[in-house]
Design a protein around this ligand. Structure first.
Ligand SMILES: N[C@@H](CCC(=O)N[C@@H](CS)C(=O)NCC(=O)O)C(=O)O
Length: 197
């Protein structure tokens, strides 16, 4: 089986997929897509112009959540999407909120289009503030049963939460006790820790 991951350095959505591939011990080659390729040749791979995409034996998929659902169905062990329907739905709820409501509006291409008047520093601040504002709301319904985001096991919800929190820190946000504790908790799990990109 040949798995190729198209990614760019620092891509939050790609980090999610990379973490899942590593956790499931799927062997893959990573293809770095540069900023010129993103708007030219890479459009043949993903017409949206976004990373990540993966190619599995020539079948190409994009959108991180769709890719992760594919990987979970094709390689169900170890599972990352919950043990029962309720847990799966709680996990998907967290991922969907992060993917659609937190990540998308602060996407570089969106800000470039919607807020062209802002300089790079102001955009960075805005991105960080938006992420932390939303993470604050999300925290009230996370880690209710254990230090993991949902239930008692490491899941794709932890991957989405940890990756977007790290992105906020990269944007210069101050550390947050709740999310620092979450990061420490998941990193204490060996399989989660060694698979973190
Ligand atoms: N909903 C998409 C979002 C993908 C996305 O926003 N990718 C960013 C990197 S994290 C990107 O490719 N940005 C290209 C650009 O900023 O020009 C997914 O989950 O895959």
């Amino acid at each position: 089986m040949e798995v190729l991951l198209y990614s760019t350095k620092g891509s939050n959505s790609s980090e999610r997929v990379e973490w899942v591939l590593n956790f499931k011990r799927i062997v893959y080659d990573r293809i770095e897509v540069n900023s010129d390729e993103l708007i030219t040749t890479y459009l043949d791979i993903n017409p949206f112009g976004y990373v990540p995409s993966i190619s599995v034996d020539g079948s190409v998929f994009s959108e991180s959540m769709a890719i992760i659902e594919y990987l979970e169905e094709r390689f169900p062990h170890p599972t990352l999407l919950g043990k029962n329907l309720n847990e799966k739905t709680y996990i998907r709820r967290v991922c969907e909120y992060i993917n659609s409501s937190i990540h998308s509006p602060q996407n570089r291409t969106v800000l470039r289009f919607m807020r062209p008047e802002l300089d790079e520093m102001s955009k960075r601040e805005l991105r960080g503030e938006w992420i932390m504002l939303c993470l604050e709301k999300l925290s009230t319904s996370l880690c209710n049963e254990s230090g993991f985001s949902v239930g008692n096991d490491f899941s794709v919800a932890d991957i989405f939460v940890a990756s977007i929190y790290k992105k906020a820190l990269q944007h210069g946000c101050v550390k947050n006790d709740f999310y620092d504790k979450h990061l420490m908790y998941i990193r204490a799990n060996e399989s989660a820790e060694v698979s973190e990109p």
